[in-house]
Design a protein around this ligand. Structure first.
Ligand SMILES: Cc1ncc(COP(=O)(O)O)c(C=O)c1O
Length: 305
């Protein structure tokens, strides 16, 4: 069943995405020696500014906003805030970014927030306790009031609402029948929720959480229920590759990312994509993928300079 508001592919006019995104084989002996093919699903090439899963998640929301101010949430280095700000500039929409950390208000903007501001996003800083409670209606109403944006179209942190999850279903549909395993790095899990639904029975989805905590599976089930009415697809998570949590890295992970860039000529985003690729190489070395199988890694982002 498809109706206009659940297609997930409603793209705002004025943006020209490259869809389906390219799917390329990467010759990598760490996979080849185990009889496994590695494909790179280049969602980072969808749009120069709405990169990767940001396009898939934001496009349906921007259409739904129908010209209203778009307000969303993020931390000081949020890829999602930058993408929303860029979309606002490209589409002539007003945007408000609610940023975690009142203490940042009095300081010079970091390069990520400076980019948001340069793209016309109005930044509103809130203390961490209010930020944590932003899902509660009274707290949200107070934040909207304080930001002078009571009529705004609100997109949640990370952009993962039902429209976004349905948008990510297209990613799964593009990969269905092309790979046995489609793997993606997870923050909120919205991208995985849609990917698994789009794959249906034509492949299995593997999520690599970059946050520590092991709490994601319930959230993914809730997102699928809200977006599709119930569980969809065959998906699983491997929680071993968060490297200490969001934004954390190690010299080994950094060396891995540099090496991968050199081997394959693909820029490796460090917060999410590096952990995904590291996980896939480690799992190939554990013989987690049967000989003769094809693994597609979704390149969901690009490094921010
Ligand atoms: C580059 C990149 N990859 C993956 C993700 C994870 O997406 P999700 O929150 O849908 O799990 C994000 C999150 O925003 C991201 O910026």
């Amino acid at each position: 069943m498809t109706s206009s508001d659940d297609s997930g592919s409603a793209a705002p006019t004025g943006l020209r995405p490259r869809l389906p995104s390219p799917l390329r084989e990467a010759a990598d002996e760490r996979f080849a020696r185990r009889g496994v093919r590695l494909l790179l699903k280049r969602d980072d090439l969808i749009h120069p500014e709405l990169v990767g899963n940001k396009w898939r998640k934001l496009a349906p929301n921007l259409s739904a906003a129908a010209g209203r101010t778009v307000l969303t949430f993020g931390g000081a280095y949020s890829n999602h805030l930058r993408a929303t700000a860029a979309a606002g500039r490209l589409l002539g929409l007003d945007t408000v970014g609610v940023v975690r950390g009142q203490e940042l208000a009095g300081r010079p903007l970091n390069p990520s927030l400076a980019r948001c501001a340069a793209d016309g996003m109005r930044l509103h800083f809130v203390d961490r306790s209010a930020y944590r409670r932003k899902g509660e209606p009274e707290t949200l109403a107070a934040v909207l009031r304080a930001a002078g944006a009571e009529d705004a179209f609100v997109v949640p942190e990370g952009g993962s609402n039902s429209a976004a999850v349905r948008g990510c279903r297209e990613l799964g549909a593009e990969l269905a029948g092309r790979a046995d395993v489609a793997a993606v790095a997870c923050g909120t899990g919205g991208t995985l929720a849609g990917l698994a639904a789009g794959l249906g029975t034509a492949g299995r989805a593997l999520g690599i959480p970059v946050l520590k905590g092991g709490f994601l599976a319930d959230g993914i089930r809730d997102l699928q229920t809200a977006a599709f009415g119930g569980p969809r697809g065959d998906w699983s998570l491997d929680d071993r590759f968060h490297f200490g949590g969001y934004g954390r890295t190690t010299p080994e992970l950094e060396a891995f990312a540099v090496d991968f860039e050199q081997r394959h000529g693909v820029p490796v985003e460090r917060l999410y994509v590096a952990k995904l690729l590291y996980a896939l190489v480690a799992m190939a070395e554990e013989n987690a993928f049967p000989r003769g199988s094809t693994v597609a890694a979704v390149i969901t982002g690009r490094p921010f300079p």
